[in-house]
Design a protein around this ligand. Structure first.
Ligand code: GN1
Ligand code: MG
Length: 364
């Protein structure tokens, strides 16, 4: 048996492992599908958790256990059908009983593969509406978790921290890339004050964090391949307390962009207002807990995530590509330019964006 199959077999799975092969295109963890002797299609998903990034795997898996059992319980109580396809199920290590396995070098986990579930690279207005409602519901379902969950990456969506990390990278300039990105640094500097609005609101006592998914990009959601029904949100590593803008803004960053986040053709990068409208409508329906301050700042939330992601890609480029997986040397720079182009396009449409949000929700 090869190494990956041996690892999969450590977990309490049904059947014998037949094959383990790569799955998906995440930028952080390594993901594989596991076929067993029970059926031809995959039965499980094996993941190597990137513990250079997620340094506290115990905390991370505790968060995930808490969130998945909380959601499962809620869905069952509501009498929702097909619950096994609407929340992830993690399999325990046969020996330790934990939902992860440390082999002395790497951390691994196994979840049950959900048949007939696909995650689209692009969305339609109709699926965006359903996704909006689903993410709103996701946050709503987590609103009453009593146990405080930890931050799996401290300050993950803190714009203040992300700018500090950029400044540190610029100061060190370890691979001498700062000179060639001067235009981008200027673009970022012009928007610093504006884009740290959430931290400011929090320090004024007007905003608090809630449990958020914090990685709501399109390929972290699964739809039924036949009925196109929204099934579930996956990739729960970053579920943690954050500002609501995390889930609203990060979805629009990927789903409402007219191209992929690493498309080098900047002329094609734009913001799709149909997807924006549909997602917002769904989100406001599902997220029944939002305060006036949160709603009022949703337009800033739309701008925040391309800005933050651009800052993160650029920081990684300046640092010599130590964080995100890249396919070619300029990849992070291309990604950063793409995100800032998207932000420019959103800025141009801001009056309509704000107007649309207030047309859906009249504030007190
Ligand atoms: C990372 O691994 P993946 O692709 O789900 C990143 C997100 C970024 C995203 C950009 C833990 O997510 O924050 O938005 O890449 N996750 C982490 O594609 O840094
Ligand atoms: Mg992720």
């Amino acid at each position: 048996m090869d190494r990956l199959s041996q690892i999969a077999a450590r977990f309490d799975i049904d059947g014998d492992v037949v094959s383990v092969s790569p799955l998906g295109n995440g930028l952080i963890n390594d993901t594989y599908k596991v076929v067993t002797s029970l059926r031809e299609e995959p039965s499980y998903v094996l993941q190597r958790i990137n513990h250079a990034i997620f340094t506290d795997v115990e905390l991370l898996q505790n968060n995930i256990d808490e969130v998945t059992s909380h959601i499962r319980h809620k869905l069952e109580k509501k009498g929702v059908s097909d619950v096994d396809r609407k929340v992830l199920t993690f399999v325990k290590d046969k020996i330790t009983g934990k939902s992860y396995y440390f082999d002395g070098e790497n951390y691994w986990r196994v979840s049950v593969f959900i048949p007939g579930a696909v995650s689209p690279e692009a969305v339609t207005p109709e699926s965006a509406r359903r996704a909006g409602e689903a993410f709103g519901n996701f946050q709503s379902m987590l609103a009453d978790i009593e146990k405080p969950l930890g931050e799996t990456i401290p300050g993950f969506h803190s714009m203040v921290l992300r700018l500090k990390q950029l400044d540190d990278a610029v100061r060190l300039d370890p691979v001498k890339r700062v000179a060639e990105v001067a235009d981008l640094l200027e673009f970022i500097n012009e928007r610093r004050d504006k884009m740290t609005f959430a931290e400011r609101l929090e320090s004024q006592g007007m905003l608090t964090k809630r449990l958020c998914h914090c990685d709501t990009k399109v390929n972290n959601m699964m739809f039924d391949s036949k009925t196109e029904e929204f099934l579930l949100v996956i990739d729960l590593d970053t579920v943690m307390p954050s500002y609501v803008f995390s889930d609203y803004g990060d979805f629009l960053r990927t789903a409402a962009s007219t191209v992929a986040e690493d498309d080098p053709n900047l002329d094609k990068v734009g913001f799709n207002s149909e997807i924006f409208k549909a997602f917002t409508e769904g989100y406001l329906k599902g997220a029944d807990f939002l305060t006036d301050v949160e709603i009022k700042n949703l337009p800033e939330g739309v701008m925040l995530f391309p800005y933050m992601q651009g800052v993160r890609f650029l920081t990684d480029y300046i640092n010599g590509d130590t964080y995100y997986k890249i396919k070619y040397p300029e990849h992070n720079l291309v990604r950063a330019r793409n995100q800032f182009k998207l932000l420019e396009s959103i800025e141009k449409q801001l009056p309509e964006i704000s107007q649309y949000i207030s047309s859906l929700k009249s504030l007190n």
